[in-house]
Design a protein around this ligand. Structure first.
Ligand code: NI
Length: 137
C-alpha cells in the first residue's frame, strides 16, 4: 500500500513491555497491527458518540414460556424496524431462547432499542455489541 506512513513513538520502557506482552497474548504478530486496531477501536467509540450511522448486534436470552415477554419483545422490534436489519431466533434448550438482532442506524436510537429490550422483565441477559458500518474506517 502506497499511503502507509511511518512514525516514531516514544514511551516508557515498562509501558512498552506491558504492551508487547498484551499484544502477544492476543496473537498480534506485530506492534503496527495492534496499534491500528487500538486506533480503530477509539474511532468506532467516537462514531457511537458523535456519528450518524453505526452497526451492531443485540443479543437476548430469555425463557419463551413467559408469553407476555415474547409479545413485548416483538412489539418493541416492530417500533424500531428502521434500525433492525435482521433477527435470528435460536432455541437454546427446552426453555431458553437466544435472539440475535442485527442493527444499523442512528447510534442513540440503537442504544435506546437495546436498553428497552434488555430491561424487559424476564430477559435473563442482554448485550449490545457496538461496531461500525466500516464506511469511515
Ligand atoms: Ni426459542
Amino acid at each position: 500500500m502506497s499511503n502507509i506512513v511511518r512514525f516514531g513513538v516514544s514511551l516508557e520502557r515498562d509501558l512498552l513491555e506491558k504492551f508487547d506482552s498484551l499484544i502477544e497474548s492476543r496473537n498480534y504478530t506485530n506492534r503496527s497491527e495492534a496499534i491500528r486496531d487500538l486506533i480503530r477501536e477509539e474511532l468506532v467509540k467516537k462514531e457511537w458518540v458523535e456519528g450518524d450511522e453505526v452497526a451492531g448486534a443485540i443479543t437476548l436470552v430469555y425463557d419463551h414460556h413467559k408469553r407476555e415477554l415474547l409479545n413485548k419483545i416483538i412489539e418493541i422490534q416492530h417500533d424500531f424496524q428502521n434500525v433492525i436489519i435482521s433477527t435470528q431466533h435460536i432455541h437454546l434448550d427446552h426453555r431458553n431462547c437466544l435472539e440475535l438482532i442485527a442493527v444499523r442506524g442512528n447510534p442513540a436510537q440503537v442504544k435506546r432499542l437495546a436498553d428497552k429490550l434488555k430491561s424487559i422483565k424476564g430477559v435473563k441477559h442482554g448485550t449490545l455489541s457496538m461496531t461500525t458500518t466500516g464506511k469511515d474506517l
